[in-house]
Design a protein around this ligand. Structure first.
Ligand code: SF4
Ligand code: SF4
Length: 412
């Protein structure tokens, strides 16, 4: 095992390969406060990449209803349980430093039938079979199924709650799938950090399926090799026929009806840290405003998918899922400052990847108090630029109001 630095854990950790980093990293930020569970993203991915024989149960993008839903069933509960068994009572954060064991560290001491590089498990066929079991199922009163708390729907936390968790492969910095592959068939592209499986080298041993804690590596029985999300790399490269050479976001991102998804590329230094890129929207959301948090950072793979947590969900649940940054993220998101409010308008205005934004200040619209804190809204304009510094679009904080003409084209 090598020692590598994982900034999400605030410490070095063991990993089966030496530290090596790409020049850019594919990353995204999903705002879970906005997801309506419409599954348009799921179908956009399925109809692009996994519509063939043997891919029937393969959902590279899925949206599960938390807390009960999961694809494959109970994937996160099972991994959390394995980690707890490997390190009873020790899976804790000390402020922003993780003192527990990651899936790589826990594997070193785990006593199983044979030694493994990564702690994991292989889901059963049954667990892959129901991609959206428990959809829209809310938490009820403890021990009383289907009995909901009538006073349960006022902020800051609802007593009766659920939320939609949209997931794709996190194109992790230290992928569990890559670490476990005995054929070295999995690699991380140096140009954009996208994690791919070489279909010629793969022999379908499914070590990656067991090792990916997010269960985003999936076996295809008709070809007997494993497949996974490829981050729509032709689109990232600007090779999609629609793109005219401009890098474009993936299919699941661009189809998002709820406008929860923003994807891009962040610049990576030789040591793996994010190069300061103050006006890259993802850099701003994760490193400046710190409202975007990784999913289960304690697994140790340094996932590059980030989430703005849902504000009505009990904080302890969110802290287990998104780590110690939850309170700061939600306090900031609920009373956004001028810049955050403007950056949130960048979501889903265009298909091209935004490399930089610029804000032009506008007039004050109104001021009020939110949870006892002063809030002022300004009608600022935010301008998005692509890789070549061309303007992609400009939009305002206050949405323009249009009055329809009296005659509609489809009126009878
Ligand atoms: S999410 Fe899973 S499949 Fe994707 S890179 Fe990370 S470990 Fe590999
Ligand atoms: S398309 Fe967007 S809003 Fe709809 S389920 Fe997917 S992530 Fe949620």
């Amino acid at each position: 095992m090598s020692q590598v630095y994982n900034w999400q854990l605030g410490r070095a950790m063991s990993y089966p390969h030496p530290e090596a980093h790409p020049k850019w990293q594919f990353a995204f930020c999903f705002n879970l406060n906005r997801c309506i569970g419409c599954q348009t993203c799921t179908m956009a991915c399925k109809s692009t990449w996994t519509f063939s024989k043997g891919q029937e149960y393969m959902w590279w993008n899925n949206v599960e209803t938390k807390p009960y839903g999961g694809y494959p069933q109970s994937w996160d509960v099972k991994i959390l349980k394995l980690l707890e068994e490997a390190n009873p009572g020790g899976q804790k954060w000390n402020n922003s430093i993780y003192e527990g064991k990651t899936i790589f560290e826990a594997a070193e001491t785990h006593i199983g039938s044979e030694p493994e590089r990564v702690l994991g498990y292989l889901p059963t066929d049954e667990e892959w079979r129901f991609p959206n079991i428990y959809e829209d199922s809310a938490v009820s009163k403890k021990g009383r199924p289907m009995v909901f708390d009538k006073k349960g729907a006022s902020l800051p936390e609802h007593k009766t709650w659920f939320f939609y968790l949209a997931r794709i492969c996190n194109h992790c910095t230290y992928p569990g799938c890559l670490a476990a592959c005995p054929r070295n068939a999995i690699y991380k592209r140096p140009e954009d950090g996208v994690v791919l499986i070489d279909q010629e080298r793969c022999r379908g041993y499914r070590k990656c399926v067991a090792a990916c804690p997010y269960k985003k590596s999936m076996y295809r029985p008709s070809t007997r090799v494993t497949e996974k999300c490829i981050a729509c790399y032709p689109r990232l490269e600007g090779k999609d026929p629609q793109s005219e050479g401009r890098p474009m976001e993936t299919r699941c991102m661009t189809s998002c009806i709820g406008q929860i998804r923003l994807q891009g590329l962040v610049k990576i230094a030789k040591d793996g840290s994010w190069v300061e890129d103050r006006y890259n929207p993802l850099y701003y959301l994760a490193k400046v405003a710190k409202v975007a948090l990784p999913l289960y950072p304690q697994f140790g793979t340094e996932p590059n998918g980030y989430y703005i947590p849902p504000r009505w969900v009990p904080r302890n649940y969110l802290k287990q899922m998104f780590g110690p940054g939850v309170d700061h993220a939600l306090d900031t998101y609920m009373v956004p400052d001028r810049e955050l409010l403007a950056v949130l308008q960048l979501y889903r205005r265009a298909k091209e990847i935004i490399y930089r934004y610029e804000i032009k200040e506008g007039p004050k619209v109104f001021e009020t108090e939110i949870h006892g804190k002063p809030f002022t809204m300004y009608n600022d304009t935010i301008i998005a630029y692509d890789k070549a510094e061309r303007e992609i679009f400009r939009t305002q904080v206050e949405e323009p109001f249009y009055v329809r003409p009296n005659i509609h084209q489809n009126s009878i």
